[in-house]
Design a protein around this ligand. Sequence first.
Ligand code: ADP
Ligand code: MG
Length: 907
Amino acid sequence: MASGGANYRNGTQRNSLKGTTTATDRQLSMNSNPSKAALKNKSLSSVGASSGLRKSSPGSLGGGTAKDDAGVPGRVRVAVRLRPRNAEESVADADFADCVELQPEFKRLKLRKNNWDTDTYEFDEVLTEFASQKRVYEVVAKPVVESVLDGYNGTVMAYGQTGTGKTYTLGRLGEEDTADRGIIVRAMEDILAGVSLESDSVSVSYLQLYMESLQDLLDPTNDNISIVEDPKSGDVSLPGATLVEIRDQQSFLELLQLGEAHRYAANTRLNTESSRSHALLMVHVKRSVKGRELAHSSQNGNSTNIAKSLRPTLVRKGKLVVVDLAGSERIDKSGSEGHTLEEAKSINLSLIALGKCINALAENSAHVPVRDSKLTRLLRDSFGGTARTSLVITIGPSPRHRGETTSTIMFGQRAMKVENMLKLKEEFDYKSLARKLDIQLDKLIMEHERKQKAFEEEIERITTDTQNQISEAERNYADAMEKERLKYQKDYMESIKKLEEKWMMNQHKLGERKDQMASTAQEVAELKKLLSKETSLRKAAEEEINNLKSQLAQLKMSEASANSESLKLRKMLEDEAYRKEKLEGEISMLQTQLLQLSFEADETRRRLDRGGPGKVPGDLDSLISQVRPQVNDSVNEEKASIANLFEQVGLQKILSLLEAEDADVRIHAVKVVANLAAEESNQQKIVEAGGLTSLLLLLGSSEDETIHRVAAGAIANLAMNETNQELIMSEGGIRLLSITAANAEDPQTLRMVAGAIANLCGNDKLQNKLRGEGGIKALLGMVKCGHPGVLAQVARGIANFAKCESRASAQGSKTGRSLLIEDGALPWIVQNANNDASPIRRHIELAVCHLAQHEVNARDMITGGALWELVRISQDCSREDIRTLAHRTLTSSPTFLAELRRLRIDY
Ligand code: ADP
Ligand code: MG
């Protein structure tokens, strides 16, 4: 290419093919040479015959040539298309015939020189004003598109005067009517249908060439793109142009519209019309050829399978260039359109250069001035030469433009003589194949090395192993042999010895047996007797031991509860002592007052006895009210002991004051009684004098909280005694205490009531009655006040009750579930088993242990969560005796143990 026209035409090929094609060529060159006379009507018959020589199939410019093998020369195919008359022409040229007459069946065009003379020209295709866009595409562009898909470069160009239909032929988008679609749109449709989107690629650039400056229509800022030519391959490329990959038709149409908009804007800026510039669309198609196509292309088809699998991918690259040339009229007329000649030259430089190149090629000139313009440089690898080229020349019918039409026809005729030499653009990707093979080889070498090493190691390992095994087997064998030998020797000796002994014994026994027979029977009987005696003795001893064991356990348990109870009592005693001291002052005052009262009463009685109706100096109430200020004042006065009070006033008198009408008197009296009841020595006397009954009555009749509290305290003290407990119960004490608890607001009152019931709970005989009268429920009812003192008493009561129940169960006098569980105490027990307050916690822990000692309770305890408390007590309780008790209880219960096993807990 660089050496002038040499690459435009392959001389050798051309010569070798002359035999088949020159006839046509000669005809054509003769016909088309403007310097010679055009083919006249009379010579048509010979032309008709010559047209039959052309290898083109009817209706196709390229025809079968698209399937030519690489290296077969073709010729630039030229079609002429006539535009129908437009509205202006229909009017202006109404009286004139068209300047051309078409004979499509003969592929001829007659150009009217005047009314009686015409010149006839032959083209590869003659398209009348009625030719459809589809047909135009099929005959002009389709063969080129097909060869581009096969890996050739191809060009479709439109040449003609402005307004004759170049853009109509190439660039119509056909958006309103698909039948209008031009060559560009149809070409892309065929290309996209012919490639695989996974393995192939289609990309486009869209450019405008104006005044020798190449502008990127896809990026208007890019307005001076340079052309790069590969000196070796002759390939032309535009590295600076935007290249857009096309995946579908719609995006391509949008791209064309964008390019068109940019073209319009650029031309406005340059103050020119699009007819003065060339528009170029470049489509790059890259297709990989595989499978059948590839096998087909391998020489003689005798390559082995391995060779096939190693064959690199074959990539076929084709380039389609569609050129909508500037209006051809400029060559002659642009000067008259207000441009200087220089400007006009510059504008049309490329078109002029194209004409010159075509002339040079047509005339087989030694020099083709390819380098004269950008257009010719750009088309260097796409026009003539190694590409397949189609040119469509467009003409109008108007006789007024005869000159332009003539020059267009001449341009087409000259172009028909340009030959091209197709060159298949196929490449093997040897580099990547070599890379792949290198990698594969490296991998194989590495793998081989690895395997070799592993193999050697394995051999070594097996050898060592085998040697070890052999020597060990030898050792074992020798040992076993020696052992066997010794064993047999020993057995043999022993057998001999035994046989000898047996023989001796048999001899001896034979003599003795007869004597012994008689005595043996007697001995046996005696021995039997002895044995049975021994057996029964042993049984009795075992029973005794078991009894002792259970007694010991019970003793330990009661000792533990007694300990805690005594602690509790000690505490209570301390409280009471403090209160006693406080009340001492009050008591001494009362003593005085009571003395006076008894004195007054005696006086009154005496007076009444005397019969004198004199005035009674005030009743008891008024007396007390007189004395009352002194009561308060005398608190710190001399203190007399309770014993003194007892002796001086008399218990009966004090108790009678419990029923006094004056509330204060009742309060004082009940406090005195409570203090007295705190002393164990007084308790029996108080009860014998009916004090307990009075206290219970007072509990029922009074509504005073203080009286309730103090009376309950007194009852609690009296309830420590077993006889009193029975009395309290028989007097309906539980009911009274329950009512008191229900109405109490002072936690201290609740504490006293709870204390009293707790004491009753400790009585074995009263269990059922206590529960039957709602004692347990009353206890549980008090927990809602939350006072720790109350809770401690409740806990103590429950522990006492549980302990009694446990005892009764052990003795067999109680069967069935614990009444505590029956009355719903379990949730509270579980909830408080780990209470922070130690008095509460200790009692509950004991209660849990007592409950757990009886299997009847076990199920409820498991479902209520008490098992976990028992486990915790057995592990965490700070008191060792309780801890041990819990542990023992737990481990002796089959139900608990089964549950722990079920839960997979190791205990
Ligand atoms: P050019 O690109 O050669 O300057 P255009 O393609 O712009 O010419 O055509 C000029 C006018 O003629 C447009 O209005 C176009 O629609 C109309 N035209 C061109 N060719 C044909 C045709 N074959 N059939 C109908 N109208 C045509
Ligand atoms: Mg145009």
